[in-house]
Write a protein that binds this ligand. Structure first.
Ligand code: GLN
Length: 491
């Protein structure tokens, strides 16, 4: 019998509809797999089995919905009614939201089953999933040359990427402020898409940097990611930044035809000290698209070099403001002090981790009276220039191809003592959030250590369809065999 945890979502839906399997069997198979990666913060197995039972009833009476019976993981940054939501922070250790985020509400309405809340970098701040108050996540991939070393899954949505890559779930939600979906998808050998800013509602998503945050999904195939994104996207009156743009059926864009498509290769992404294997996979990606009939065009995004600096001013600035709400008064942890100010200080001192504190300090600094113009305002000007770069580039091409990250996964512990090195990891992903554009990471091959490498496609605003269509071509050409390769299994 086929291993139910190896099915794609598309195939599982067919088998469920044909009544060859039940949602309960499918859910149980995923629950039975041990989480040896610390990928979940909270498991909701009992609730999942109840949801699966309801799903089976719908299959029986012919009322099954778009994702009925599909077991998913939810990044623990999405509020889930009645289910603890921590943002991987101690400050929200006992927070049980009284309401449901729009994205998870939509998934529930599509009939899917929630297996649990996945681990992340605290409040979404990080690139390694080592900044979690609930312990680090281990990349499910075992290196072929250094099998005893544990690698990071990427971050911040490391738990979500890990459960999908290892067969602990069929798909998962993520959020991406500067790369938190695409980079972990790349490190774990799966597909991850961050749609256009405004495509998905942020209602009920714990805020990190509101002008950059966007929800998205992880899946093992491009088709599955198209199915999931369709389920979570769409206008929401509860989020004034969610767009009224029509929502296409993304699976229809997988036509297999990219003849005449103009693919831009930005010269500024050719970093001086980039490992050769990254350049190689990038060239390979361009070659695959060319063989399928696309035209490869050299383009320039001249302000790329300023993107990281602008991001690490804008994101902490917004974070420092968003995180002001954790004051020990309204919700979450409270550590009593001698007066109100002391209570604030003690609560926040005890509740936030080091990286979050670093961001809050940077953020308040760049927003402070004497420095606002020099840092924050300047960064906003740079933001506009970066956005304009993309506008000009899209006069020449339809989609842009880059590596997802300047390296594959790195060992746990590396870059920990040097935040700047850690931030450099996001060099290829942050410009896309700054410009509000959609981006997808597709697994393209392995590095010299036998760990996955992803390629990133960047689209025009609202043109996720071209991303899916192009990603599908790369997926077929790469013929990447994720689950059956070097995945760490329970002993
Ligand atoms: N690594 C980036 C950061 O730490 C991006 C994180 C994210 O996209 N949430 O800010």
């Amino acid at each position: 019998m086929t291993d139910l945890t190896h099915l794609t979502i598309a195939d599982a839906l067919k088998s469920l509809t044909a009544k060859e399997i039940t949602a309960t069997e499918l859910t149980q198979a995923h629950i039975d797999k041990p989480d040896i990666y610390n990928a979940y913060i909270t498991k909701t197995s009992e609730q999942a089995l109840e949801q699966a039972k309801e799903s089976d009833a719908r299959y029986q009476n012919g009322t099954a919905k778009a994702l009925d019976g599909i077991p998913l993981g939810i990044k623990d940054l999405f509020c889930t009614k009645g289910v603890r939501t921590t943002a991987a922070s101690k400050i929200l250790e006992n927070f049980v939201p009284p309401y449901e985020s729009t994205v998870t509400q939509k998934l529930l309405e599509s009939g899917s089953v929630f297996l649990g809340k996945t681990n992340l970098d605290e409040f979404g701040m990080g690139s390694s999933n080592t900044n979690s108050a609930y312990g680090k996540v281990i990349n499910p991939w075992r290196s072929s040359t250094t099998p005893n070393i544990e690698y990071v899954p990427g971050g911040s949505s490391g738990g979500s990427a890990t459960i999908v890559a290892s067969g602990l779930a069929m798909g998962a939600t993520g959020t991406d402020t500067g790369g938190s979906i695409r980079q972990p998808a790349g490190f774990c050998g799966i597909v991850g898409i961050k749609p256009t800013y405004g495509r998905c509602s942020r209602y009920g998503v714990i805020a990190y940097a509101s002008s950059l945050d966007q929800a998205g999904v992880f899946a093992r195939t491009v088709e599955d990611s198209a199915l999931l994104l369709h389920a979570i996207a769409g206008h929401d009156p509860k989020d004034s930044t969610s767009a009224t743009q029509p929502l296409p059926d993304f699976t229809k864009s997988l036509t297999g035809d990219i003849r005449g498509l103009k693919v831009g290769i930005p010269k500024e992404y050719r970093l001086k000290d980039m490992p050769e294997e990254i350049q190689k996979i990038w060239d390979q990606g361009a070659e695959w698209l060319k063989s399928a009939g696309a035209e490869i065009i050299d383009i320039s995004l001249p302000h790329t070099k300023s993107a990281l600096a602008a991001y690490y001013i804008i994101a902490p600035a917004e974070a420092s403001s968003n995180l002001a709400r954790y004051d020990g008064v309204r919700y979450g942890l409270r550590v009593e002090g001698k007066d109100l100010d002391d209570t604030y200080a003690k609560t926040r001192g005890a509740g936030f981790g080091d990286e979050v504190k670093r961001r809050i300090m940077t953020g308040t600094y760049v927003l402070s009276a004497g420095y606002y113009d020099a840092y924050y305002k300047k960064a906003q000007k740079v933001r506009r220039l970066i956005r304009d770069d993309f506008v000009s580039a899209y006069e020449q091409c339809d989609v842009i191809l880059t590596p997802t990250s300047p390296s594959g996964a790195f060992p746990i512990g590396e870059k920990e003592d040097d935040p700047i090195k850690m931030y450099l990891n996001d060099v290829f992903t942050v410009p896309i959030n700054i410009a509000g554009l959609p981006g997808i990471s597709v697994p393209a091959g392995l590095d010299t250590k036998g760990l996955p490498l992803g390629l990133q496609l960047i689209g025009k605003a609202w043109d996720e369809e071209t991303l899916f269509r192009t990603a599908d071509i790369i997926e077929k050409a790469a013929d990447f065999k994720g689950l059956t390769l070097n995945i760490r299994q329970a002993a």
